[in-house]
Design a protein around this ligand. Structure first.
Ligand SMILES: CSC[C@H]1O[C@@H](n2cnc3c(O)ncnc32)[C@H](O)[C@@H]1O
Ligand SMILES: [Zn+2]
Length: 432
């Protein structure tokens, strides 16, 4: 197995001690990290030694909620609230999507994520075989779910469930373990309770976590109370969802009591700050959730509501928005924001032992930022610079499981020109 060492780097480990190693090094052999520490004098045991001359090395970012295929609809419907955006704009176009649309939309997303330092992403969509194949071919890591909307006939619901189960059986732990799966009822307002129960039963049978949108808008909470007499948290608790490991997307409209319930069940939350602002859904009570020990990670949602997949934007906004709305400069400190993009993301994909920090024994999912730029100087606080000053274009290398997907800003596994051509061609085919 090839042994690689990144040397003379500023290593931001994101470990328990928030250790930043100056003139540091990270060694990896195959997919796993074998060395983290000061740059050693003797590098003779390595096949490749890459002198980073002070560039920053970080754990790859983990995007815990999205719909990669929807990049095909970027900019198609802006400035609308969620329900109108979904019902009048997204769903009519998605109804025309074939596996080809999802394939090229996903590839567009993969390029954006690789270029901006995401190494693992969560995806909830349809035609998931195409997504899994694209992840496999690109070398990325992903937690994939066949999203199930239950606003259809019973026959169609059962077909979706069968599709989700066969996708899980075929793809969970494939692509050298880079593809894993979750079961995903779309939301409490789109899935009848008995459908959610059936999905939970299948998740139990397959030992898989649940991923679901919840409490994204005030409308949704009111509708849940009208339909079922309780708010979404009590509703999903009653349906047994939280008895399985669960990752919630959004969780914007929560009471303090609901936060306690989520904390007691160790439910994970994906905070989709840009999407929540753009769809005017509201601001999630992130500082309160973090204070209760909930692992809140960062998600982009789709390019149709974001309108990009650059997690650096979520990182900075998560760090500054909650200061502003809570009138509290330490509401989400820089170090905590960075944990949301890394360690808490690893919790969100239920792989905290292998992802999220730079530590020996973990997967070599790493990104390198070009620190030789004015906005990284003076160089006294690397974590501050990553959170408040950096942007996705600073990423020069992206490494997943020890393989370079991008090196010196050159994509190595995806043909960008072809993807852009095909994505435009697929969008033109849609009736609008
Ligand atoms: C079939 S699963 C994916 C489904 O989710 C829709 N979607 C995209 N963004 C959101 C969001 O913020 N809230 C709820 N639903 C969303 C997407 O259009 C797909 O139909
Ligand atoms: Zn979503």
């Amino acid at each position: 197995m090839k042994k690689t060492m990144l040397t003379h780097a500023t290593v931001i480990t994101a470990n328990d001690q928030n250790e930043v190693i100056q003139d540091g090094a990270v060694g990896f052999e195959g997919a796993g990290i074998t060395y983290v520490g000061p740059t050693p004098d003797d590098l003779s045991g390595y096949d490749e030694v890459i002198d980073l001359k002070g560039d920053y090395v970080l754990p790859g970012f983990i995007n815990t909620h999205g719909h990669a295929g929807m990049s095909l609809l970027r900019g198609y419907a802006d400035d609308l609230p969620l329900q109108q955006w979904l019902e009048d704009k997204m769903w009519p176009l998605e109804a025309q999507f074939t596996s080809e649309h999802v394939k090229w939309g996903t590839y567009i997303s993969l390029i954006e994520m690789i270029r901006t330092g995401t190494t693992t992403f969560v995806d909830m969509y349809d035609h998931m075989d195409e997504v899994a194949k694209a992840v496999q071919a690109s070398g990325m890591r992903a937690r994939l779910c066949r999203g199930m909307i239950g606003l259809c006939s019973e026959e169609e619901r059962q077909a979706k469930l069968r599709d989700a189960v066969s996708f899980a059986r075929e793809w969970h732990n494939q692509a050298d373990g880079r593809v894993t799966v979750m079961m995903a009822p779309h939301a409490p307002y789109t899935c009848p309770p008995e459908f959610i129960t059936q999905i939970v039963e299948k998740a139990e049978e397959l030992s898989l976590p649940i991923h679901i949108h919840m409490s994204e808008t005030e409308w949704e909470v009111g509708q849940n109370v009208k339909d079922y007499g309780v708010r979404p948290v009590a509703h999903l608790e009653k349906l047994g969802v939280f008895n399985r490991p669960t990752l919630l997307a959004h969780a914007v409209h929560l009471t303090d009591e609901e936060i306690d319930v989520l904390a007691n069940y160790h439910v994970k939350v994906s905070h989709n700050v840009v999407s929540n602002l753009k769809l005017a859904s509201g601001v999630a009570p992130v500082p309160k959730m973090l204070a209760k020990g909930i692992h809140v990670s960062l998600g982009t949602d789709s390019s149709a509501s974001n309108n990009n997949l650059n997690l650096f934007e979520e990182l900075k906004l998560a760090a500054i928005l909650h200061k502003g709305v809570n009138n509290d400069p330490v509401a989400v400190p820089a170090e905590e924001a960075l944990r949301m993009a890394t360690r808490y993301g690893a919790e969100g994909v239920f792989q905290p032992d292998t992802l999220g920090t730079i530590e020996t024994g973990k997967q070599a999912d790493l990104i390198v930022l070009d620190s030789h730029q004015a906005h990284f100087h003076p160089a006294h606080d690397p974590v501050s610079h990553v959170v408040y000053a950096a942007n996705g274009r600073d990423v020069k290398d992206t490494i997943v499981a020890g393989s370079f997907l991008m090196r010196n800003r050159e994509l190595l596994t995806v043909d960008e020109e072809r993807v852009i051509f095909e994505a435009n061609r697929m969008f033109q085919q849609l009736k609008r």
